[in-house]
Design a binder for this molecule. Structure first.
Ligand code: RUB
Length: 318
């Protein structure tokens, strides 16, 4: 698959979910590097920087995407030879993919410890990290029942219920607006994240914050399963996470909209759940209260105020 094809598939949501998006970007950079012929370090760097810049902006909210691109491409500005640049980038891309897969498995092991035999778990959207917690607990012999939401307008809930059903997990499929109605039957909520800010706010699929609110009201624990590359370094600088707003067609057909001249369709893809609604964030390095997000950014993304450069993610070192 070419770089442009990967970008198109991410844009159209054929490849979706923050972790999968990040791995697809890493693979695209790896393939792009391997598929070219280069005269010198400058031409290699330029080709990879253009590719990095293009990929990183394809979906604006999932910070896993620029984080992956940054981790893979940023060190290019430090190397002195073409060989060093190319082999280094390809090694980092492969390492990112391996790390990401291992991280999801590790999160599953940690998250499963929160699930007891007989528990009813609610999840929203289709998060491989959140599902891994449920699947791991099930594999460990826990008898679990799940409430999975539909996830309008793109129906990611259909992917979730297929995975759960294939695993043999008893699953209730509900419309998004039924989440509060069923919360009284739920022991635990687990979702994924597209981005986590320095103050521990979680950005995830639209509707997540309503579920967190209902969970808080019902005193049900709300856990977030997220690899460390979902944390957003630039929120340290006060930068806000851009919430992607997708086309109106996803919600209401153009022909119907044409009959409703006074109606505007709004289609935000993600929302923000404040830290006070999140009990724990489960990462591959262990679970943390959301208030410790800064530590993850500083220690595991190797970024702090001193090396955050303004033109992130592909800026040259000062
Ligand atoms: C996907 C979504 C998922 C997170 C985490 O939204 O909100 O909960 O990306 O997923 P979309 P994962 O379908 O719009 O990409 O744990 O798989 O990274």
């Amino acid at each position: 698959m070419t770089l442009e094809e990967t970008a198109d598939r991410i844009r159209s949501m054929e490849i979706r979910g923050a972790g999968r998006i990040a791995r697809a970007a890493a693979k695209a950079l790896l393939d792009h590097s391997q598929s070219g012929t280069y005269q010198d370090l400058k031409s290699y760097r330029e080709r990879m920087m253009v590719a990095s810049e293009m990929l990183a902006g394809v979906r604006p909210t999932a910070v896993s995407l620029p984080n992956a691109v940054n981790l893979i491409s940023k060190p290019l500005s430090l190397v002195k030879t073409l060989h060093e640049a190319k082999s280094g980038l390809e090694e980092r891309a492969e390492a990112f993919i391996t790390h990401s897969e291992q991280a999801v498995a590790k999160i599953g092991e940690i998250g499963a410890r929160h699930i007891r035999d007989g528990d009813v778990v609610m999840t929203h959207c289709n998060s491989e990290a959140a599902l891994q917690c449920i699947l791991t607990a099930h594999q460990q012999g826990m008898d679990i029942e799940v409430y999975a939401t539909e996830v309008r307008p793109r129906n990611q809930g259909h992917i979730t219920i297929k995975t759960l059903s294939d695993a043999g997990i008893k699953t209730n499929f509900i419309v998004d607006s039924a989440a509060r109605y069923f919360m009284k039957e739920v022991d635990l909520c687990i979702t994924g994240a597209d981005a986590i800010t320095v103050n521990g706010a979680v950005i995830n699929k639209i509707g997540t914050s309503q579920i967190a609110l209902a969970a808080k009201e019902a005193r049900v624990n709300f856990l977030v399963a997220a690899e460390t590359y979902k944390f957003a370094p630039r929120t340290i600088l006060g930068e806000r996470i851009l919430i992607e707003e997708r086309p109106a067609d996803e919600v209401l057909a153009a022909a119907v909209r044409a009959t409703l001249p006074n109606v505007t369709v709004r289609n935000p893809t993600f929302d923000v759940t404040p830290a006070e609604y999140v009990d724990l964030i489960i990462t591959e390095h262990g679970e943390i209260p959301p208030g410790m997000a800064y530590i993850i950014i500083k220690e595991h993304l190797q970024w702090d105020m001193d090396n955050l450069c303004i033109d992130y993610p592909y800026c040259e070192e000062e």
